[in-house]
Design a protein around this ligand. Sequence first.
Ligand SMILES: [Zn+2]
Length: 130
Amino acid sequence: MIEGRCHCGNLHWSYEGDPGEATACNCTVCRRYGVLWIYGWVGEEIRTSGESRYYARDERNIEFHFCPTCGNVGWWRGHHPHSDGRTRIAVNIRLAEPEAVGQLPVRHFDGLGAFEDLPSDGRCVADMWF
Ligand SMILES: [Zn+2]
C-alpha cells in the first residue's frame, strides 16, 4: 500500500496495489500545481480522509481537492460518478514518501495539446522529484 499525507497531516490517502506508473500532465491546472498522479476508483484501490476543499472550473468537470490548512493538493475526483456508479479519482504522489514512489516510471501526458501520451523518456519519479 502507498500512502500520502499533506504537510499538516489533515489530508490522507491510501492506494492499494501497484499503480504501475505515475502521470505528469502539462494541462493548465496540473502544470500549476506541479502534481504527479496515480489513478483509481473511489472506495476501491483509493481511499481518502480528512476535510478538504476543492476547485473545479465548472461543475461538470473534475474537482481538485486541497487541504484548507496547508494548501497541499491531495487528489482530484470526478464530480459525478460514471454510468456504472464508480467515481474516478487520482491521488497526488508528491504527498507520499519519496522511497515509496521514487521508482515508478513517469508517463508524460499531453493534457494541454493533443490530449494523449507523449513518448516515454525513461525517467522515473525520483528523477523528477525536485
Ligand atoms: Zn494540510
